[in-house]
Design a protein around this ligand. Structure first.
Ligand SMILES: Nc1ncnc2c1ncn2[C@@H]1O[C@H](COP(=O)(O)OP(=O)(O)OP(=O)(O)O)[C@@H](O)[C@H]1O
Length: 303
């Protein structure tokens, strides 16, 4: 389990991480989500003992990472896949990591195989695509077979097949009972990757909840209805405070009421429904609505 308590990091006047408290539990994939500059990388760097907090603490299974006797065997991490020495082969890079962490060299071939780089094992990393470097970074994180894994923007540079593979890998790691903590600035990426979300903006905690509960925060959720009596239904729903947008003679898009409430109202007024569907755009708009106010950079606009 990862535990941050009042974690804070200041760079001069900038508060990169601001009194952040959260826990990351084993057995599920936890997304660490926030717009650019929100403080995700800084938090992960403090977790790994690469930056010292200005205040508060962050521990892995109760111990700060720097004091962890088992190092890579306990926590595996991918921070910046592109930041890697290009002169070595993938095999040599992992072998050096294995040796310095007293891990068996047999793990090198195992993880290269697991990430799909077995054929490229002897090639120089300098010639790797970003996607291959991501796979190599993931291999390094897996090397010590650790119970806790951190990945900073692991989907960057991966093709659709790579993205699917990474998602499957994270699921398997979580199903093994490991703690999997994955950062991203894209809600759409996380909606298919994470079970639980920790959302931050300007270094502060915005949400710490399941994907489902996070989506339910969005009050602008849309419900699509199809009915032969759209005009009658629209009258009933607008009287209840909903807004109704007519798409065709029989299909309307409703905001302001849940699908369950719309179904009940239609039933009470003897209006037949042929379709009643919650539109799944809510995660993205929930993310936008909770983070826009705290975003560091809004395209073309002053804050
Ligand atoms: N070494 C540093 N010196 C000064 N400011 C820094 C330093 N590192 C980070 N910051 C600032 O701290 C804030 C948080 O940055 P951080 O890289 O942690 O965000 P992030 O959420 O990982 O963003 P991104 O999605 O763009 O990677 C930013 O305002 C950044 O400019």
């Amino acid at each position: 389990m990862i535990e941050a308590t009042h974690l804070t990091k200041r760079y001069g006047d900038i508060v990169a991480v601001d009194d952040l408290s959260f826990t990351v539990k084993p057995g599920r994939v936890t997304g660490f989500l926030g717009p650019n500059g929100a403080g995700k990388s800084t938090t992960l760097r403090m977790l790994l003992g690469l930056n010292a907090p200005s205040g508060g603490t962050v521990t892995v299974d109760g111990v700060p990472f720097a004091g962890h006797p088992r190092g890579l065997r306990h926590v595996g991490a991918l921070l910046d896949a592109a930041d890697i020495h290009g002169g070595r082969s993938a095999h040599a890079h992992l072998a050096a990591l294995a040796r310095s962490n007293r891990l068996p060299l047999t793990r090198v071939d195992e993880v290269l195989h697991e990430v799909g780089l077995a054929k490229a094992a002897r090639r120089r990393i300098g010639g790797f695509s970003l996607g291959m470097k991501q796979r190599l970074g993931i291999a390094a994180a897996l090397l010590g077979d650790p119970p806790v894994l951190l990945f900073d923007e692991p989907l960057n540079g991966l093709d659709p097949e790579g993205v699917r593979w990474v998602r499957g890998l994270f699921r398997r790691l979580a199903a093994d009972g490991r703690t999997v903590f994955v950062s991203s600035h894209m809600m759409a990426e996380m909606s298919q990757t994470a079970d639980h979300l920790i959302v931050i903006g300007q270094g502060r905690l915005i949400a710490d909840q399941s994907l489902e509960d996070f989506a339910a925060r969005d009050t602008s959720k849309t419900v699509r209805v199809q009915t032969p009596d759209l005009a009658d239904l629209a009258n009933v729903l607008t009287a209840e405070g909903a807004s109704v947008q007519k798409e065709t003679d029989e299909v309307g898009l409703i905001t302001g009421l849940t699908a369950a409430r719309i179904g009940d109202l239609a039933h009470q007024h003897h209006i037949a429904l042929h379709q009643l569907t919650s539109e799944n755009t809510s995660l993205e708009s929930a993310f936008m609505s909770v983070t826009t106010a705290s975003s560091d950079y809004l395209a073309g606009e002053a804050r």
